[in-house]
Structure formats: C-alpha cells, structure tokens
Design a binder for this molecule. Structure first.
Ligand SMILES: [Fe+2]
Ligand SMILES: [Fe+2]
Length: 474
C-alpha cells in the first residue's frame, strides 16, 4: 500500500514531497482553486461547520474520515488507488502489453483532451449547484449537497494532478483554464452540454445526481480501463466517492416519489393539480424532469458512431466500462446492430464494433438507470397508485449524435417539427412546471428536525447518526 501523507499542505498518497517542482506547481495552483471555490462554490455556509467525510487514503477499509469541517478548510487531497502489480493493457491493439507509467508522445494530445474533458465536469457541477444550499429541504440534504460539492472539488484536484505531473506546461495551462470556464457562461462555457444547464431546484439536483453523476460513473469506469496507469488508478479511487453522489440522487428522487404516492393514496387523489394543491410534486412533473435530465445525460456518452471512440479503444486510451464483461477485447470483428436515420427514416444498420464503443457504454448506463426507475416504481406501486415512471427512448430530445437533427417522441417515434412543438411541453418541464417546483424551494435554514413537506424523510442518517442530527452548525 502506498504511503499517505496527510500532514502536508496537499494530503496525498503519491509521495508528492519527493518531487519538489511538482509540489511547488500544485501549491501554486492551490490558492487559485480556493479563490474559485469562494467565488463559485456553495453560496454562503462557508463559515459553518459541516459534518463531512474527507478522503484520507485509498485503502478499502477506512478510506474516509468523518467530522465537522468548514468547507474552505476541507483537505482536498490527491489519492490514487493502489497499483495493480504487473497490470497489462486489457483491450485494443496493444492488449497484453504492459500498461504505461508515462504518456506516450503520440497519445499526448488525445489523453490530455480526455483528462481535461473529465476534469471540466467536476467544477462545472459545483457551479451549477452553488445556490441550492439556500433552499435545502433539510439539514441532512444540505449536508449531502455540500459533501457532493467538496468531492467534485477533489475530483478536479485528481485531474489537475495528472495534468501537472504528466503534461508539462500545456498541462499547467489546462489546469488554470479549468478554473476559468464557467457553467452556463455564454463566452466561456464548460465543455459539455449538461454541465451548462441550470440546476437551481432540488428536483433537478436529485435528477442530476442520479442521471448525470451516473454518466460520470461510466466515464470513470471507461477511463479506469486505460493503458495510462496513473489515469486508471486515479479514476478507480474517484469511483469510491461517486457512489455516494448517485445514492443522493436515487434516494432523493425516491423520497419525493414516496411522499407524493403516499399522499395520493391517503387523500385518494389522482389528478396532478390535486397533488399540487397539497404542496406535492406530481408524478407527471417528476416524469418531465426525468425526461430532461436523462436525455441530457445520454448526450454525454457522445455520438452513436464515433471514429474518435474507435481510436481511443484501438490505442488503449479509453476502454469500455467493465471491459472484463465482454468476451472479445479487440472488437475487430463483429458488428453492433443499430437503428440509424436515412432520409428521415429509421433503418437498421450494422456498425463495426469499434465505431460503436459509445453506444456499448450507453447500453450499460441505460440498464443501470432502469434499475433505479424500477425501484421508484415499486414505491409508487406499494401505495396502489396507478402511475409508472419510464425512461424515454434514447432517441428522445438528443443534442448530440445521430438523432440530434430530428425530433422523436418519448417512445422513440420520428415525429414532425410541428408535432414536436405542439407536444414538447407535455414531455419536458414547462415554464409553469419550473415555476411551481421553484415555489416549493423555501429560502430558510432548516432546523435539524425539519423536513420539507414535498419529500419523505430518509430511512437513516449519515454514518449511524440520526436523521435529525445537526449536520450543519452555524
Ligand atoms: Fe466527480
Ligand atoms: Fe459526482
């Protein structure tokens, strides 16, 4: 196991103090990160004590420490999963060869781009979520928001470590640029679409952490396969933290669904308007938010047919999530049958496997999302409410890839522009949906035992603490 240095300015298990140049470079970046955190991190609450977990090592038992900490004092550290001895490349043209500890010259640009693109999502999500603390439905939820935020900050550190260590001056410039772009900014937006969308209410936040953080999980899994071993080790440890983010999303949406279904059953109501009269988020609105965040997140996997993805796979830069589950790791033969659009019609085509890498990872993502939706539906069913949430077809509302120029219904049918205009308000959150959801977000600091009316209390608190524990202390 690698040695952990927690008493240094930058906690780490990469023996940072042995490389003074690197250490100085990262210590020079640190104040810029903190400036960014103060400007773009959670609004207010920076002087409060938050009950947070902090990564202190990468070992499977006890990698985290829980205690009160003020967010600006959070110990953002650099932790890589322990190396796998004699690890070899698991896919592509170089399968079986030893993994790389340095960046091969010919892959420098592509690898840097992959790392920057991943790195950019981390601060972006913190920016998107910066106002949510002001309307938290409970102290428990507020704490979870801040936990996600500080860990996205650490994920930024993880990527910046790679940029500084392996990419010289270009890497240092990219690390600065990661602090310069701003989510939703017209002039200097974040790189990927979903990370420029506003996320200013808690229904959106829970959808984001369910769907968009789950894209993150699959990207990290694909990068964990990389032949560039430091990237693999970094992303493997990030996945440990990511699990909690998706838990926040799954249980967050689940608690809203539970509350709505329970009240619908108790008051014997069926119509969405009647649910709203009770101050609940009606299931139809939840479905529209689901449609939005699911489709935005599907885009993050990239085009269905991608020569870039084929190149990443061939060279060993980026594999498929859980590559070990596939029988053939070279993907040179065989085809992926795909529906494509020709002359405004859907037709079946066979795509060479390597060109369909994005779609194969997207397939796994869809299955993973469906598992959560099934769970929510079991909750609705348990109250005898005749409504089911569904994932829309993956062609619905896409901005990237084969289907982005055309319109499709949630069931995947190709429809005219007029039909889309006429119906999109029933499929995606309308302005009045957004205004209604916003009206439920109350700008008040919750007391430890308070829970907003529109969601159920969680089953348990954090790390054995009660749900009404004082997770945030003024
Ligand atoms: Fe992250
Ligand atoms: Fe995350």
């Amino acid at each position: 196991m690698s040695n952990v240095m927690n008493d240094e300015r930058i906690p780490n298990n990469v023996n940072l103090s042995s490389d003074k140049r690197l250490q100085r470079a990262l210590e020079a970046w640190q104040p810029n990160f903190l400036t960014w955190w103060r400007d773009m991190g959670p609004a207010e609450f920076q002087a409060d004590d938050i009950y947070l977990r902090t990564a202190i090592s990468a070992s499977s038992d006890g990698w985290a420490h829980f205690d009160y900490v003020k967010m600006p004092d959070y110990r953002w550290g650099i932790f890589l999963a322990d190396p796998v001895q004699n690890r070899t490349i698991g896919f592509g043209d170089h399968i079986g060869e030893p993994v790389w500890q340095e960046v091969p010259g010919e892959h420098r640009n592509a690898l840097r781009r992959l790392i920057v693109t991943q790195g950019d999502t981390e601060p972006a999500s913190v920016e998107q979520q910066r106002l949510l603390g002001l309307t938290a439905p409970s102290m428990y939820d507020m704490r979870n928001l801040f936990q996600v935020n500080v860990e996205e900050g650490r994920h930024l550190w993880a990527m910046v470590y790679l940029l500084h260590t392996y990419f010289g001056r270009d890497g240092r410039e990219e690390a600065e640029a990661l602090l310069q772009r701003r989510s939703g900014d017209a002039d200097k937006p974040r790189i990927l679409g979903a990370f420029n969308e506003p996320c200013t209410d808690w229904l959106s936040f829970f959808m984001f952490t369910f769907f968009t953080d789950r894209d993150g999980k699959f990207q990290l899994l694909a990068l964990a396969e990389s032949a560039f071993d430091p990237l693999s080790r970094t992303t493997r440890f990030m996945l440990t933290e990511e699990a909690h983010h998706m838990f926040v999303g799954e249980t967050g949406v689940g608690r809203i669904v539970e509350r709505t279904a329970q009240q619908m059953s108790e008051h014997k109501i069926e119509r969405p308007d009647d649910a709203r009269k009770l101050g609940l988020i009606d299931l139809q609105t939840i479905q529209r938010y689901l449609n939005l965040w699911y489709s935005l997140s599907l885009d993050l996997f990239g085009g269905e047919i991608s020569s870039n993805a084929a190149h990443f796979f061939a060279t060993g830069l980026k594999g498929r999530a859980k590559e070990e589950e596939y029988a053939d790791h070279t993907a040179l033969e065989g085809a992926y049958p795909m529906e494509v659009v020709r002359e405004r019609r859907l037709v079946r085509d066979d795509i060479p496997l390597r060109n369909a890498m994005n779609e194969q990872v997207r397939d796994k993502y869809v299955v993973d999302c469906q598992r959560g939706v099934d769970k929510w539906n079991r909750m609705i069913e348990s109250f005898g409410v005749p409504f089911r949430l569904t994932l829309p077809n993956r062609r619905f509302h896409r901005q990237i890839g084969l289907f982005s120029d055309l319109h499709f219904s949630p069931s995947g049918d190709l429809i005219s522009d007029e039909a889309w205009q006429a119906q999109q308000g029933t499929w995606l959150p309308s302005e009045s949906d957004k205004a209604y959801v916003r009206s439920l977000m109350k700008p008040a600091m919750p007391k430890p035992n308070e829970m907003a009316h529109w969601l159920a209390a969680p089953k348990q608190g954090i790390r054995g603490k009660p749900v009404d524990f004082e997770y945030v202390r003024r």
